[in-house]
Design a protein around this ligand. Structure first.
Ligand SMILES: NC(=O)c1ccc[n+]([C@@H]2O[C@H](COP(=O)([O-])OP(=O)(O)OC[C@H]3O[C@@H](n4cnc5c(N)ncnc54)[C@H](O)[C@@H]3O)[C@@H](O)[C@H]2O)c1
Length: 439
């Protein structure tokens, strides 16, 4: 198959690389010349484990290339995947479809023969029909079909998720498009991964419903965690006891500083907006959005308590600012709520993050970036475990406590325990949904 992928972000680049690894002939297109230059010189613009090797293997095999020129890329293509961003539209929470519609128009202008236009971006119900309208208006003579193929990969495990998906969802309307999609995903059909074929609207809805459900699960356990703190229960034990029930499952039951990232915040908002527009309010999702904001603010209160009620003049070392480990993505990370509150309160903030600096530098002005957790905590008043990178899971806590001005820890990912902290010489330790170490 000859495939074009528009957008070389977290989804487009991973999809393009993996399709080429399936054996297809893939051209990835982006408007960002810096990204295309980097890709053409063998560098991956994002941090995603394993992506650089897989990309180079397929470039060298002649199955994968990168260009700014959509017209040239479309030559002989049988399918084009739109994998551009759909950020939250300013003001109303709706998904901003500007990039998707612009890409659809460009495809309509560039295509000459029959093509399947596949939307991989996360888009509100009805968008694929709008894509078809826009294409028909732009190129009334063009023979094409639209297809919806939402993506479920997780940053940090994207290649595995793409190659070994729980399922592939394909929304289509014609046999002809079904055949093209089946050919593209043949390697996954052959290995018997479930392929769910639906109408366009159901495919679009599956993606939002899945993300809103996962955000709800995280928010539920975060709310339970707050209650655990009040009644003296341990949320880690509660999660374990709940998660072993197969009907519930243990994933997405880890209490923390609130969900963030490029998907859950914007997709929950977009689903709430779709509900409002259709007079069918998504009340659970709306509550989840509001509670998640409270969870992030609760983190600031927690840190304030550990700083005896004032951040002013305190030195605080933050371990991890990306929204989760194994990514450099900072979009809607809880750190973007917490760190400015510390700076605003007069604290000096030092940050260590294995991959977050490049993205984080312009988002968190005023912090000092260091590479070493021990140097960052030296003479500090508080260490905060914000993101559970492996690098922060086995710190020498005795060494850290020994170097701090006041040995206090906020463990917002429940990586350590009050006992670990006490044994290492910490005078205060606070985590999520578990009893604090008594001071
Ligand atoms: N990031 C994730 O983990 C993830 C997972 C599943 C689904 N999604 C969805 O996938 C979509 C893409 O997300 P992302 O994180 O990869 O976005 P991203 O912002 O990382 O990348 C989008 C890319 O598209 C390019 N682009 C925009 N308009 C273009 C055009 N007309 N022509 C060529 N290039 C263009 C941009 O320059 C950018 O490089 C979103 O709808 C998102 O919700 C993301």
């Amino acid at each position: 198959m000859r495939i074009v992928v528009i957008g070389t972000g977290y989804v487009g680049l991973v999809s393009g690389v993996c399709f080429s690894d399936f054996g297809h002939d893939v051209v990835c297109v982006d408007k960002d010349a810096r990204k295309i230059d980097m890709l053409n010189s063998g560098k991956v613009p994002i941090f995603e484990p394993g992506l650089d090797q897989l990309m180079m293997r397929n470039v060298e095999a002649g199955r994968l290339r990168f260009t700014l020129d959509l017209n040239e890329a479309m030559e002989g293509a049988e399918a084009v995947f739109i994998a551009v961003g759909t950020p939250t539209r300013r003001g109303d929470g709706h998904a901003d479809l500007t990039y998707v519609m612009a890409a659809a128009q460009e495809v309509a202008k560039a295509a000459k023969d029959y093509i399947v236009v596949v939307t991989k971006s996360t888009v509100p119900v009805g968008t694929n029909r709008k894509v078809r309208e826009v294409m028909t208006e732009t190129a009334p003579e063009l023979d094409f079909d639209v297809a919806s193929n939402p993506e479920f990969l997780r940053e940090g495990a994207a290649i595995d998720d793409f190659m070994k998906p729980d399922r592939v969802v394909v929304g289509i309307e014609t046999e002809r498009a079904a055949k093209v999609m089946a050919d593209i995903y043949r390697p996954l059909y052959l290995r018997e991964f479930p392929i769910v074929v639906t109408d366009l609207e159901s495919a679009e809805m599956i993606k939002y419903a899945a993300n809103a459900f996962l955000a709800t699960k995280i928010t539920f356990i975060n709310e339970i965690a707050a209650l655990c703190e009040k009644v003296g229960a341990d949320v880690k034990q509660v999660s374990k006891g709940m998660g072993l029930d197969n009907r519930i499952g243990k994933k997405f039951l880890h209490a923390g500083p609130g969900y963030g990232g490029s998907c859950f915040p914007k997709d929950t908002k977009a689903l709430a907006r779709i509900g409002q527009e259709n007079a069918s309010p998504m009340m659970i999702t709306e509550a989840v959005i509001a509670i998640n904001e409270q969870v992030k603010r609760r983190m600031v209160d927690k840190l304030l308590e550990l700083c005896d009620g004032s951040f002013n003049g305190k030195t605080i070392a933050i371990m991890g600012v990306t929204f989760k480990p194994n990514t450099d993505d900072m979009r809607d990370a809880p750190s973007l709520t917490v760190v400015p509150a510390l700076l605003g309160g007069g604290a000096k903030v030092r940050v260590v993050d294995p991959q977050g600096r490049h993205e984080g530098e312009h988002l968190l002005p005023g912090v000092e970036w260091l590479d070493d957790p021990y140097a960052a905590t030296e003479h500090s008043d508080l260490i905060v475990i914000m993101t559970e990178w492996n690098e922060f899971r086995a710190l020498d806590l005795t060494r850290i406590a020994g170097g701090m001005k006041t040995a206090r820890m906020a463990d917002l990912r429940n990586v350590y325990s009050a006992e670990d902290a006490r044994n290492a010489g910490f005078e205060a330790y606070s985590s999520i949904g578990r009893p604090d170490m008594a001071r």
